[in-house]
Design a protein around this ligand. Structure first.
Ligand code: ATP
Length: 283
């Protein structure tokens, strides 16, 4: 396990085999309003067909990285000051959001932003507006097969559905674009355990059956580590730890700060500034 991820290595996944990442952040530095440094020299790599988890507490910078990947940082006066974001070896950080989606990099934003006044069907149509009628039907049927609840509620106004159903719809709408790499921003946020199970089952199926590559951003470290191949931990805009999901699950610091296995209430490093392990963790 490496302490920092400036040179991403996936030898921990497949010893001796160098895996070229499908999606890669290289030494990324991001500021807001030309003043607030949100991300400092972050590198992370997502190999094809893998699920890579990006874990961190509130304000660590997880959403900022996804916004940069999706080309929407500028809407919040954010700017990628240095470094690059690459998809299939090509820089994408300077591209517009629609071009990035057409390339196959799609994000399901935090807070399951569905079109609240539209029906389930209409939301899926918005996601599939670039495809032909025949493709649309195939993709929508697949979404309904993955999420039968959406099929039952096709005519329902999205804004009146439960949080879990809206999350399913947000993922379904993203799938209508037929993504190659899908980034999920806190899909479990505010959902009941059984609903989270259903959503995580679908994420696992998407990888297994469709070979989808997934960047999974979560505060819910336990869930994410259960499903991921590799994980990175982000704190205060920096990667402080990365490794295989299995090795991170066994790591004492991760257990204490992220998995709530210390016997005490769950703490983040922010809340335990003076904790003696902090220095070692951050070094
Ligand atoms: P959360 O889990 O709460 O969404 P996060 O890990 O996604 O947190 P970000 O939202 O990326 O964190 O925020 C990272 C840092 O950037 C924080 O210090 C935050 O205050 C700051 N930040 C985020 N958005 C903006 C913005 N639009 N303008 C200025 N600063 C921002």
């Amino acid at each position: 396990m490496s302490a920092t991820a400036n040179i991403p290595s996936f030898s921990s996944i497949q010893p001796g085999i160098v895996v070229t990442p499908l999606l890669e952040f290289r030494n990324v530095q991001i500021v807001y309003d030309n003043a607030i440094e949100a991300i400092r020299d972050v590198s992370l790599a997502v190999p094809k067909g893998n699920i890579v988890a990006l874990l961190g507490s509130n304000g660590a910078g997880k959403s900022t990285l996804l916004k940069a990947m999706s080309g929407v940082l500028y809407t919040e006066e954010g700017k990628l000051e240095s470094g690059s974001i690459q998809f299939k070896g090509e820089n994408i950080h300077h591209l517009s959001p629609d071009v990035i989606v057409r390339k196959g990099v799609v994000q399901v934003p935090e807070g399951r932003r569905v079109f609240a006044s539209l029906t389930v069907d209409e939301n899926l149509q918005m996601g599939g507006f670039l495809c032909s009628a025949a493709e649309f039907k195939v993709r929508r049927d697949r979404v309904f097969e993955l999420f039968p609840r959406l099929a039952e509620r096709r005519q329902q106004i999205a804004g009146y559905m439960s949080g879990g159903e809206q999350q399913m719809l947000a993922i379904g709408r993203a799938l209508m674009t037929e993504p190659v790499a899908l980034a999920l921003d806190e899909p479990s946020l505010g959902l009941a355990p059984l609903v989270i199970d259903r959503i995580y089952d679908v994420v696992a199926r998407l990888r297994k059956e469709l070979g989808l590559t997934v960047l999974l951003v979560e505060q819910n470290a336990q869930r994410a580590l259960d499903i991921a191949d590799h994980a990175y931990i982000l704190e205060n805009g920096r990667i402080v730890l990365d490794g295989s999901a299995q090795s991170l699950s066994r790591n004492a610091d991760v257990q204490e700060f992220y998995l709530g296995m210390s016997g005490a209430a769950r703490k983040s490093l922010r809340e335990v500034k003076h904790y003696k392990r902090r220095k070692r963790w951050l070094s």
